[in-house]
Design a protein around this ligand. Structure first.
Ligand SMILES: C[S@@+](CC[C@H](N)C(=O)[O-])C[C@H]1O[C@@H](n2cnc3c(N)ncnc32)[C@H](O)[C@@H]1O
Length: 466
């Protein structure tokens, strides 16, 4: 094995050695989630490649069960670093090994399952974890997204051109940004009337948008403003079925050349059908993590990504390439992005508030559409364990600032979406006044938390390259 400075354990790479009995990759359940883990029989050991340890390096290991001893093996004496028993997850700094070269060894004291094992600079540990099991995650992504788009919430999005997600407020605001929202203030607001075609998710999010003083970016007007004497050149990353793109381009009413980029061939076909007659379309099927400016002709006026960055592992590389692909004065639009805790989770403080509200709702609103059960609490699953969902969502905003300056930030939704999304939204009948009041109470609580320091999970924002 070649000498390296960092390491991550994955079934995709033969970058580790086994001493003793055969190991195998197995699926284990840990904290309610399924993980791929390397099962090591008692007495056997797994060795990392030879690593040269630099400054600020740490090791992160996570075991599902079993006992293990972790050591550093070099030309000098073997160093025992730690011993674990049962489930555990730990990170240790390796400052004492800085400047040394050697292998790390996990020895199974009893049959042990290694869920994660990553060694690298502290600010790269999350990236290294995200690089694991890439081929499995890709397979999962392709099968899941074909199915996800068959869900009514996505059909609504495509049919409405995504307008419900960030519709421009009409200015008839009953609540000033300085006061808290209440059920009464919302009931008195003209915008809180239900509009045709709305479901609980679209309705709750629209009313929330109306409350926020700075409206979301008007992407269609921005697109029109970029039109000169040739079609505006747009690149859409992780374009999926391109429903939101269609809405933006239709409203802009100007000639657009759009290049679609997605990993899923089937969705590329759907996107082409969605945009037919609205724009000139070309497409690149590929993995955005390996995107290169050589894949495209020239540069773009706008690069946009709708709900896609939270699926990206190589964010640094992708953002750098987006900056290269943008024309001078060009814009990067981050639309409907998940910027919450990794794994599409809420930030802990917002979870506490949202969950307290959710768990006190009548049972009728807590029926889980996937399981049929009545949920006592909001789900907390970390979807990034086995998929690309929210794989590095917590890092998106900070990394964007390495290549771009924000022009217009619209961030909201500390917890509301989690209560009104696919899992629960069909529990609400908007024609039922009590159901509508329940949604408005949730919207008011969401707005009040957001206004008072609550950390949002959703961004619709415009950036310009540095
Ligand atoms: C949450 S969907 C968003 C799709 C679409 N923009 C929308 O808003 O409906 C994520 C999209 O990213 C695509 N995707 C995921 N991982 C990708 C990758 N590594 N490279 C390219 N596309 C990817 C999926 O196929 C899917 O279409």
């Amino acid at each position: 094995l070649e000498r390296r400075s960092e390491f991550f354990l994955t079934e995709d790479e033969k970058n580790f050695l086994v001493v003793g009995g055969a190991t195998e990759w197995v699926t284990v359940r840990k904290a309610g989630m399924l993980f791929l883990a390397l099962s090591v029989p008692a007495g056997s050991a797994v060795l990392s490649p030879e690593l040269t340890i630099g400054a600020d390096v740490a090791m992160l290991c996570e075991f599902a069960f079993g006992g293990a001893g972790v050591s550093f093996v070099s030309e000098g004496p073997r160093r025992e670093l730690l011993r674990t028993e049962g489930r555990s997850s730990l990170t240790i700094e390796l400052d004492e090994l800085a400047g040394m070269t050697g292998r790390f060894e996990i020895r199974a004291l009893s049959d042990v399952s290694i869920v994660r094992w990553v060694i690298g600079r502290v600010d790269r540990l999350n990236l290294l974890c995200a690089r694991t099991h890439h081929s499995r995650r890709v397979d999962n992504e392709k099968t899941t997204f074909a199915a996800v788009y068959d869900h009514p919430i996505y059909n609504d999005r495509v049919q409405s051109g995504g307008r419900g997600v960030f519709e421009k407020p009409r200015g008839d605001r009953a609540v000033r940004a300085t006061s808290d929202a209440t059920l009464e203030s919302l009931l008195a607001a003209p915008f809180a009337a239900v509009r045709d075609g709305e479901n609980a998710y679209l309705y709750g999010n629209r009313v929330l948008t109306e409350l926020i003083a700075l409206p979301p970016p008007n992407f269609s007007s921005r697109l029109s403003a970029l039109y000169r004497d040739r079609p505006v050149r747009v690149l859409s990353l992780c374009s999926g079925a391109a429903g939101v793109e269609r809405g933006i381009i239709e409203n802009a009413g100007i000639p657009v050349d759009i290049t679609l980029f997605d990993i899923n061939d089937d969705l590329m076909g759907r996107a082409a059908a969605t945009l037919e007659g609205i724009a000139t379309i070309s497409g690149v099927t590929g993995d955005v993590n390996g995107i290169s400016s050589d894949q495209f002709w020239g540069t773009f006026d706008v690069v946009l990504c709708v709900s896609g960055l939270h699926h990206v592992v190589e964010l640094e590389h992708v953002l750098k390439t987006v900056a290269e692909l943008l024309d001078k004065g060009g814009e990067f639009w981050v639309v409907g992005e998940q910027i919450g805790r990794d794994g599409n989770r809420l930030w802990p403080e917002a979870y506490a508030v949202g969950n307290a509200l959710f768990s006190s709702l009548p049972e009728v609103f807590r029926r889980n559409a996937h399981t049929g059960a009545i949920d006592a609490a909001l789900p907390t699953s970390d979807f990034s364990a086995a998929t690309f969902e929210g794989i590095r969502s917590s890092e998106i905003e900070a990394l964007l600032l390495g290549w771009f300056e924000p022009v217009h930030l619209f961030r909201r939704n500390c917890f509301l979406w989690r209560i009104l999304e696919q899992t629960y939204f069909s529990n609400y009948d908007l024609a039922n006044e009590e159901h509508r009041r329940t949604i408005l109470r949730l919207v008011a609580a969401e707005y009040n938390l957001w206004k008072n320091g609550g950390r949002p999970t959703e961004s619709h924002s415009v950036y310009r390259k540095r």
